[in-house]
Design a protein around this ligand. Structure first.
Ligand SMILES: Nc1ncnc2c1ncn2[C@@H]1O[C@H](COP(=O)(O)OP(=O)(O)OP(=O)(O)O)[C@@H](O)[C@H]1O
Length: 263
């Protein structure tokens, strides 16, 4: 079985009016089937660029991005994405919004099966009873829950989450971490999360990759040592504190504040 996502020696620069801006340099990342990888790094180091390359929205200058054994050269329906601001269509109900990818992506499901799948996901994230509401009738957190359902309803090979919880208040955000974790236990998928929140990365991921300052390379990889079934209380354990301290230190190195290597 090929590794679902692999970045091999990816190097990329943007062409700007003042010359090339090198963003990624010899970046190697491998994500195993069903794994959850979080990517953290200093602001502007190239995290969103990385998601655009994986989504096939652009190609790297050098190196390759592999998806399921093939080089990605254009956008794929097998890559799902969710962003900070969920773009739900106001003229559709929440259920119809969640069903949208099943109308676009080729599949053999009947209308009833599509609806069943969307309803089941909405129930999993606590939105049972809101299926017929319009997006504007829901809170920001509820809209993001619906958006998460929409991003996985067609069972993409890989889900890319680019700061999906960044715009939410702290309590809603933590609630959604738990929802995301529980959702993945029910509907396993391979996931890449871009985040600025170290606690979020540790709670959700199996591995956290720290990118260096620009041009970014994979500076450090932290295997998360929590058990598979997690709760928010895990974030207050000594193991969590140690992992967070390690990541904090690595970010400081990436920001150029210290040149020490982590113990
Ligand atoms: N289309 C573009 N053309 C030119 N420069 C770009 C383009 N897109 C991004 N950049 C620049 O490339 C660098 C990396 O951008 P990117 O958005 O990938 O970083 P990021 O790590 O996601 O940032 P942040 O942490 O602030 O969200 C930044 O300096 C940005 O200004």
């Amino acid at each position: 079985m090929p590794v679902p996502i692999e970045l091999r020696a990816v190097t990329h620069a943007y062409r700007t009016d003042s010359g090339p801006l090198p963003v990624l340099r010899d970046l190697n990342i491998k994500m195993a089937e069903g794994s959850f990888t979080a990517v953290v790094g200093p602001s502007g180091c190239g995290k969103s660029t990385l998601t655009r390359l994986i989504a096939g929205l652009m190609r790297p200058d050098e190196g390759q991005v592999w998806l399921g054994g093939e080089i990605i050269r254009s956008p794929r329906s097998t890559v799902g994405m969710a962003f900070q601001n969920p773009v739900l269509l106001e003229w559709r109900t929440i259920l119809q919004n969640v069903m949208l990818p099943l109308e676009i992506v080729k599949n053999s499901l009947s209308r009833a099966q599509r609806e069943d799948r969307a309803r089941a996901l909405l129930a999993l994230v606590g939105l049972e009873g809101f299926e017929d509401k319009r997006p504007s009738e829901l809170s920001g957190g509820m809209r993001q829950r619906a958006s998460l359902c929409r991003s996985i309803v067609h069972r993409p090979q890989v889900l890319i989450l680019d700061e999906p919880f960044g715009a939410l208040d702290a309590f809603t955000r933590e609630d959604l971490w738990q929802t995301m974790h529980d959702l993945r236990a029910e509907e396993p998928f391979t996931c890449l999360l871009i985040t600025h929140d170290l606690r979020e990365s540790v709670f959700l991921a199996d591995d956290v990759v720290v990118l260096s300052g620009r041009p970014a390379t994979a500076q450090y990889r932290l295997p998360v040592t929590f058990q598979d079934k997690r709760s928010l209380n895990d974030l207050y354990t000594p193991a969590a504190v140690e992992m967070l301290a390690t990541l904090r230190h690595q970010i400081e190195i990436a920001q150029g504040r210290t040149t020490e290597t982590a113990a």
